[in-house]
Design a protein around this ligand. Sequence first.
Ligand code: SF4
Ligand code: SF4
Length: 436
Amino acid sequence: MMKRLPGIHAPHLKNTDAKTAEILPVPKLVHIPMSMHIGAPARSVVTVGDIVKVGQLLGEPDGAVSSPVHSSVSGTVKSIDAIDAVTNERGTVIIIESDGLQTPLETLTPPDVNTAEDFIAAVRDSGVVGLGGAGFPTAVKLTVKDIAQVEYFIVNGAECEPYITSDTRTMIDDAELLWDGIRLVKKHLGVTNILIGIENNKPEAIRVLSDYAAKEPIAKVVSLPAMYPQGGEKVLIYNLTGRIVEEGKLPLDAGCIVINCTTLAAVARYIKTGMPLVEKRVTVDGSAVRTPKNVIAPIGTPLSDIFDFCGGLTDDVRKILYGGPMMGVAVLSVSAPVKKSTNAIIALNAKDAALPRETECIRCGRCIGGCPLGLMPAVLRDYFLLGRTDMLEKYKVNLCMECGCCSFNCPAKRSLTQTMKLAKARLRESQAAKNK
Ligand code: SF4
Ligand code: SF4
């Protein structure tokens, strides 16, 4: 039996896994950042007062690692701001007042895709980026000089974070589109070994996709133990293939490409319809959400519209996260928008949001035993507090993927993950200073 990397058995809390996404009413206003991906922000191509339609280009890619951004509503460009007034983040944000009609741009047609180059160009034009949360431009990921390098093309359906079920619903409700995406990568990229990794707490998704695989065996569905962080790229690669992505290397160096299942379905939707990425399936859950749901929302929709659609928030709401409780990022305001990479918004009540009281380390080693990357969080924390960047470097804090397993496992409730983030930042600063 293949060895698997360690992880944790976090509560699944998949309250919405049986809920097909509901379509959100058209928001009055959308708030579309030009940077919703890794790489250079898109460059705005509209001006205030322009009338735009659904699918119209708002921002063109600005460099090799970038992605176009399209309008998710029809309406009028109300403002173009250099600083996001809601999140206070720097970067261009286009605010569009919707006319409520959702008129699609008339010139949108499915792209002609006959060659690998056509396929990559279509993926770029689709505006699709890693929709599982990473936001890396998908066209860049799929641009491979020598396809013979790709021994495993992996479709990530693990979705291991508590609460989140948006990928699960993609695999069930958009199974045909996802399978179209698998056919496309096989046909145009020529990959031969396609694995779909799904955790075994998603039996319906495994059944639906296994039915496709039985009729058309171009890809193999692999049921994986439901264990966090099964969906982490390096973890998934190891657990499916036994390959290790070495430090400083890419999955491709280990013969693998990993694409999230919703990302692949979005690529297939664009190639089928010509409509770029303008909406997102989002799980809305957490102890402060009155009616947890999956919803399909235009990109740029304020979170407040989505919470209202889910019955509102409870009075004791304390924390809102983009993403799940393990790796999610706190949101400053309910006016913040749904972005391309938003797969969940989780609202927690006072009890669930309360930070536990830290006690002394009892040297139990559970943080070390549970780290999927074999790091030593307790030791790294000591070195961070001592200011020993040399030891942070020696013990590879840079490899930490901030998964949260160490904090979850710690009986002393030490905020290890937060310390790892700070330690990584300190090491980066120290290395940058040295390089100067
Ligand atoms: S947060 Fe970092 S150190 Fe902690 S378990 Fe995850 S990878 Fe390991
Ligand atoms: S799990 Fe917590 S208590 Fe145990 S060694 Fe790690 S930091 Fe210390």
